[in-house]
Design a protein around this ligand. Structure first.
Ligand code: GDP
Ligand code: MG
Length: 627
């Protein structure tokens, strides 16, 4: 093995690989392959599909042998299932004289080596790690990048061979799994499908060809390779000739017939270079197939040329699509980036200013919120007004029962309430107590209004802190704590004021002028009129319900405004002021670095987007020379 590899790669030995590829790369072809190569180098293949070549075929059809012959790299081969994970073979041409180098990567693994004879071992190891030892398969991609002077910049993907019947140890649906995996690669418009079919089987029944026909019926991006021409049964040569001449299953890209190393040649350690020579000789001397050499339908050499040409044509066709795709992605990335705020500067002075600005922005928003601007999705004042309205509705709803209660007291006065007074007189205190008792019952609903309002206001404050400090978990939690603290304290304060208010209501007081005005408003309907001068005739118990109704009206009006005003003043205005000044307090002595510490996924996402924008822009630049 060692000696063969040396022949294949050591520049000092004969002519390595006879330059299967690079001698055919004319000036016109090279730039396109270079362009795609440079796209891969900047990582564009992470953003969009680049033109690639996928090698598919039934098991043991000779896929790996073809790849090997094309790349000059010995891959794991043999009978049974050998390729068990998709293997992306990136071939990179480097300057003559520079040492052969390869990198194998999969998952987190990344190994660099410079001995070609290690390729097989590393690929096997990778497959065992990804698909487990044995005969299972796996979707995970292994990337093998080979940098050698005698390869061309081609990327080929070797896929597990298609099998129909599972062998011992394989899951029942292995055939299905492999077909699924293969399908993922061959269905992409960017992929050239290289279908490998051995000459010694009935081509019409090969699964691989059937699959490509499904995704590419006219064979516009399918190139078929017939292998093992040395193994055909005597007498079937004519059939093979018809196939190669595209007369059996026509494909626009046609067929090529190649002869790779047989198992015996491998065992005999025939080098790849030697094998190329042997192949030529085989075709040259063949009774039937020699004509294909002139028709350019035979040999690895010819396949290499055709593949390169095909790839270049394919690239040319793809460029406008790639350009479109790049534009589309750049547009949406730039949009996303503009929404994702800039990161804090690293310079300490600038960072401090950034910090202050961040706090100021938050304070501005909070002040706006408190003064009635709509800064969130929901309009705070609309919600509050409807809450306050509910409070007033509740007050109004109690009026009727208040009137009724007073009426009852009047009716039952002599029976239940009358004291030492002579009949016809009544004691004010009795009615005062009724008012006191009924008004104090409004305390609960008033406090409920406070609670609901507090929740609404607090939620909106928290929403502001979430949007302003989206990227800064530390600031967000500081602000949240402050908001909750301040809101609780303010709520306690308002609750105290409300209770005080109800204690004051026990005084049962209003200005005479206000009382009479309200009373008259009530009586305007029945034409009676009361005033401070002519009220003498009014002092009769039957009038109490109306009179107290007027008073209750005044209380209801007072409370209808008072409770909302307390809430707006303490919960909103004062809270906002307190919050803003506490946030400003963070400016001195705060650990700016800690405060501006970003959520790791945010900064990662931003960096990721920026990197993508950079490489897409770079790709766009490179592309502009070609369109
Ligand atoms: P894969 O499973 O499709 O990757 O097939 P391999 O490349 O591993 O080849 C299967 C077997 O066929 C190996 O033993 C190869 O040496 C042998 N083989 C491949 N191509 C030819 C060929 O053109 N002629 C002969 N005689 N054997 C070949
Ligand atoms: Mg294989």
């Amino acid at each position: 093995m060692e000696s063969e590899q040396n022949i294949a790669y050591d520049g000092q030995n004969s002519k390595p690989m006879e330059g299967v590829f690079h001698s055919h790369l004319e000036e016109k072809v090279r730039p396109y392959i270079d362009l795609i190569d440079s796209f891969r180098l900047i990582g564009i293949d992470e953003d969009l599909a680049l033109p690639t070549i996928a090698v598919i075929g039934d098991q043991s059809s000779g896929k790996s042998s073809v790849l090997e012959a094309l790349s000059g790299v010995a891959l794991p081969r043999g009978s049974g299932i050998v390729t068990r994970c998709p293997l992306e073979l990136k071939l990179r041409k480097i300057k003559c004289g520079v040492q052969w180098r390869a990198v194998i990567s999969y998952k987190e693994e990344f190994t660099e080596f410079n001995d070609p004879s290690l390729v097989e071992g590393y690929v096997e190891k990778a497959q065992n790690e990804l698909a487990g030892e044995g005969v299972g398969i796996c979707d995970e991609l292994i990337t093998l990048e080979i940098m050698a002077p005698d390869v061309c910049d081609l990327t080929l993907i070797d896929l597990p061979g298609i099998v129909r019947v599972p062998v011992k140890g394989q899951p029942e649906d292995i055939g299905h799994q492999i077909k699924n995996l293969t399908g993922k690669y061959i269905e992409k418009d960017q992929t050239i499908n290289l279908v490998v079919v051995p000459c010694n089987v009935d081509i019409a029944t090969t699964e691989a060809l059937k699959m490509t026909q499904e995704v590419d019926p006219e064979g516009k991006r399918t190139l078929a390779i017939l292998t093992k021409p040395d193994l055909i049964d005597k007498g079937t040569e004519k059939n093979i000739m018809d196939i190669v001449r595209n007369q059996v299953i026509p494909l626009s890209k046609g067929y090529i017939i190649v002869k790779c190393r047989s198992q015996k040649q491998i065992d005999d350690k025939i080098s790849l270079t030697e094998a190329t020579r042997v192949e030529r000789e085989f075709f040259r001397r063949h009774d039937f197939f020699s004509c294909f050499l002139y028709e350019e339908k035979a040999s690895i050499q010819c396949l290499a040329t055709k593949l390169t040409q095909n790839l270049v044509d394919h690239i040319k066709k793809s460029l406008p699509l790639i350009s479109e795709e790049i534009k589309k992605q750049l547009w949406s990335l730039r949009k996303d980036l503009s929404q994702c705020e800039s990161s804090p500067p690293l310079d300490p002075q600038k960072r401090k200013i950034f910090f202050i600005n961040t706090l100021m922005k938050f304070n501005d928003k909070i002040s706006c919120l408190a003064s009635g601007d709509v800064v969130n999705d929901d309009n705070l004042f609309v919600i509050l007004r409807s809450e306050f309205k509910k409070w007033k509705d509740h007050l109004d709803s109690t009026k009727a029962s208040f009137y009724k209660t007073v009426q009852e007291v009047v009716a039952e006065y002599d029976l239940k309430h009358r004291g030492r007074e002579l009949p016809g007189f009544s004691e004010y205190k009795v009615f005062e107590m009724v008012v006191q008792k009924l008004v104090i019952q409004l305390t609960g609903p008033a406090i409920d209004t406070l609670k609901v309002s507090k929740d609404t206001i607090q939620k909106q404050f928290l929403d502001v802190s979430k949007t302003c400090f989206l990227n800064y978990p530390f600031l967000q939690s500081v602000a949240m704590n402050k908001i909750e603290n301040i809101q609780s304290k303010q709520e306690a304060k308002v609750e105290e004021r409300i209770r005080e208010q109800f204690e004051m209501e026990q005084l049962v007081y209003t200005q005479d002028g206000i009382f009479f005005k309200t009373l008259n408003d009530i009586h305007a309907i029945d034409g009676q009129k009361a005033s401070e001068d002519n009220f003498a005739g009014f002092d009769s118990r039957t009038k109490y319900p109306e009179m107290l109704q007027a008073y209750y009206e005044i209380v209801a009006q007072r409370l209808a405004d008072q409770v909302p005003m307390l809430i707006r003043y303490f919960m909103l205005k004062k809270s906002a002021q307190l919050l803003c000044s506490e946030m400003l307090g963070l400016m001195d002595g705060a650990n700016v670095a800690e405060a501006l510490c970003e959520k790791s996924d945010i900064s990662r996402r931003r960096i990721d987007m920026q990197t993508r924008v950079e490489r897409l822009t770079l790709a766009q630049d490179k592309l502009s020379n070609f369109l």
